[in-house]
Design a protein. Structure first.
Length: 382
């Protein structure tokens, strides 16, 4: 049974990777979507935000359901629904249908956030939980890496439709694997009461709002870097995607290291605040260097991107530990709802700032967000 926890970790990470590839794959497909549907930058932002917008309305409900019925059904049903939504999007006759299908797919696939996180949290002890959830949280950069590497040649060969079908296939495969292999961790039987307690905990609100503000900087990089490098600095889509892939690889390593660091410190928020401050510094530098030679700009953007991905596991672990094992689904659903709101709002707002002002202004404002997040979380001592 002790060894089986690594199987749970692998299944949870794989499921989250498939879902992460969806909302990180849309930015990779952004130049092709712009051509296919003749979109302006704000409309591209809406397409990028669609999957996360859908998850805003379902994350908490999926988390509560996971606490009630367990992770297997929640993860399998949600990812299967996400795959179905992506297949509809692949054959969408209009931009409006595409956005609607991506939104519904995101609403379904959001089940994986609470389900996989709750499963991993339940199977690992507290002194190794930061490391385990850090590995699980590598799913986002791994999903982004796979999208950056695989989607450009798939799109080049078969268009946007082929790219969306590939993302759907990943979700359906992960749904089958998770539904087949996940099982509840052994625990002492006790009645689950006051299931909504995490929603009323002021510390959960501080953690969720602070994390959402830090996330705004991450979204500005992950959603628009490829489009910026392609449209403004002349890189091909494949070249810009390669920069994106490097960021994902470094971000995955950073998440594991941050989780191990937090285990040794026996703290989650203190290292999170330090990483958020580093993100502000590097992204502000990138905003100031947008017109600089690529040899200078790209390394700074890569550093900012890696730092932007480094902290999520700490926030995720803190949310689960605040609520305790039996209510982890509700806690993660609530915290991930706050992050999903940022993920849905930030892309169109960022695009609107670019169109009304400049790329430098938009990235400069994004760089300020982690500082505000640090201030919101200043009283937390987790």
């Amino acid at each position: 049974m002790a060894r089986y926890r690594w199987t749970i970790l692998a299944l949870g990470t794989g499921a989250q990777t498939a879902y992460s590839a969806v909302f990180l794959g849309i930015p990779v497909l952004a130049p092709a979507l712009q051509r296919e549907y003749d979109l302006d930058l704000t409309e591209v932002g809406l397409a990028i935000a669609a999957a996360n917008a859908g998850s805003v309305f379902t994350l908490l409900a999926w988390g509560l359901l996971a606490d009630r019925v367990g992770e297997r059904f929640v993860l399998g049903a949600g990812l299967a629904g996400c795959g179905a939504g992506l297949l509809v999007a692949a054959f969408a006759p209009s931009f409006a249908v595409l956005v609607l299908a991506l939104t519904l797919g995101g609403a379904a696939g959001a089940s994986v956030n609470a389900a996989s996180g709750r499963a991993v949290m339940s199977w690992f002890r507290k002194d190794e939980r930061g490391f385990a959830l850090g590995i699980r949280q590598t799913a986002l950069p791994i999903g982004g890496l796979l999208a950056a590497v695989l989607l450009p040649p798939i799109e080049a060969a078969g268009g946007v439709r082929a790219g969306l079908i590939a993302l759907a296939a990943g979700c359906l495969a992960a749904a089958i694997a998770g539904a087949s292999g996940l099982r509840e961790a052994p625990h002492e039987e006790s009645e689950l009461t006051d299931i909504g307690h995490p929603v009323r905990d002021p510390r959960m609100w501080q953690l969720s709002i602070g994390s959402a503000l830090v996330l705004a900087a991450q979204i500005s990089i992950l959603s628009f870097l490829i489009l910026f490098l392609h449209a403004e600095r002349g890189l091909s889509t494949a070249e810009a995607a390669a920069v994106f892939a490097v960021i994902q690889a470094l971000g995955a390593a950073a998440r594991i290291l941050a989780g191990r660091w937090s285990d040794r410190l026996e703290a989650r928020i203190a290292p999170l605040r330090k990483l958020a401050l580093g993100l502000t510094v590097t992204l502000a530098a990138a905003a100031a260097l947008l017109s600089a030679p690529l040899g200078l700009l790209i390394p700074v953007f890569v550093a900012a991107g890696a730092l932007s991905l480094s902290w999520n596991g700490l926030s995720f672990t803190a949310a689960a530990e605040l609520a305790g094992r039996r209510r982890a689904g509700a806690a993660l659903g609530f915290q991930q709802t706050a992050l999903a709101i940022t993920s849905a709002v930030a892309p169109p707002v960022f695009a609107a700032v670019v169109e009304a002002g400049s790329w430098s202004l938009a990235y400069g404002l994004a760089a300020a967000m982690p500082v505000v997040g640090i201030a919101v979380m200043r009283q937390l001592s987790l």
